[in-house]
Design a protein around this ligand. Structure first.
Ligand SMILES: [Zn+2]
Length: 292
């Protein structure tokens, strides 16, 4: 049984694990680390969106996918962070030939993957230590450059596209029917992650996502519950305010910048991350302009 009716008829487990968010489109509940693993099932192929923090989680993801479909799988990574890519090696070793991402995502994972291992020490010690099978860093082998890529899965096709820098410099969006998978460009249930972000560009990219509301009405964040376009717009406004407040604090050189933290609309950790990130980006600009 390889078509989507398997979800209705065959497995109560599958029903419990997968939440339907659109035609032929699901997200996995309780995938760990709060990530939304996406699944789009056509008549020819299935697409799995993001692969988890390592081989243990990837095995769980693959098992859950196999409760729904026996079709060949294509994988896509929304961006180069460990919780979205570290299961790649496991899936590649279990019959997945094509892993898609932006070209920059593949490049960044190759460059930073080894450093990112420390972040999974508690979640997947084997991945952290590069010990055991399928713990290699495995960047995408199929890349999206400037133009969108359409993948025909049979009766449904998905569109992979990049709208500009934001949460990282390599965020990929995946449109499937009326559902748009946004990766960590949109974050529900927690603050946006600013560590590798480009906040000014991120605001513009959120504006572009919100402008797609005639194409998509369900937006699946990288973490948390699916949202509507009004949530995306609210995240944009909140971020715009936060960036303004932080920049004012940075301009007032006599003021201790950390004083801006309590008035930012995020928790202390991500307020600090935003502040550090904007300061780092400002320094880069300053160096590049030849001021030093
Ligand atoms: Zn991320």
């Amino acid at each position: 049984m390889s078509d989507t009716s398997a979800v209705d008829s065959e497995s109560k487990d599958a029903e419990a694990r997968w939440r339907e968010v659109g035609p032929r489109t699901w997200i996995l509940r309780g995938a760990g680390y709060g990530i939304n693993v996406g699944l789009v099932v056509g008549t020819e192929r299935a697409l799995v969106i993001d692969t988890g923090v390592g081989p243990v989680q990837a095995a769980m993801i693959l098992e859950a996918v196999r409760e729904v479909t026996a079709l060949p799988i294509t994988v896509v990574n929304t961006h180069s962070h460990f919780d979205h890519t570290f299961g790649n090696a496991y899936l590649a070793a279990h019959g997945v030939d094509d892993i898609w991402a932006t070209a920059r995502c593949a490049e960044d994972l190759a460059q930073t993957g080894e450093q990112q291992r420390t972040l999974v020490a508690e979640l997947e010690p084997g991945m952290a230590d590069d010990a055991g099978p399928n713990t290699s860093i495995h960047p995408a082998n199929r890349v999206v450059e400037d133009s969108p890529v359409d993948l025909d899965l049979g009766e449904i096709s998905v569109t992979l596209f990049h709208l500009g820098r934001g949460h990282t410099d390599n965020d990929l969006l995946i449109g499937a029917g009326n559902v748009l998978f946004t990766g960590d460009l949109v974050e529900e249930g927690g603050d946006p992650g600013f560590e590798d972000s480009y906040p000014a560009d991120w605001i513009r990219t959120l504006g572009k996502i919100a402008a797609l509301d005639d194409l998509y009405d369900v937006f699946v964040p990288g973490h948390g519950n699916p949202v509507g376009v009004e949530f995306v717009t609210a995240q944009l406004y909140k971020m715009r305010t936060a960036v303004r407040v932080t920049k004012v604090a940075m301009d007032e050189a006599s003021v201790d910048m950390t004083k801006a933290i309590p008035i930012l609309p995020y928790g202390p950790e991500q307020s600090r991350a935003l502040l550090i990130r904007l300061r780092t980006l400002a320094r880069w600009k300053w160096h590049q302009s030849g001021a030093v």
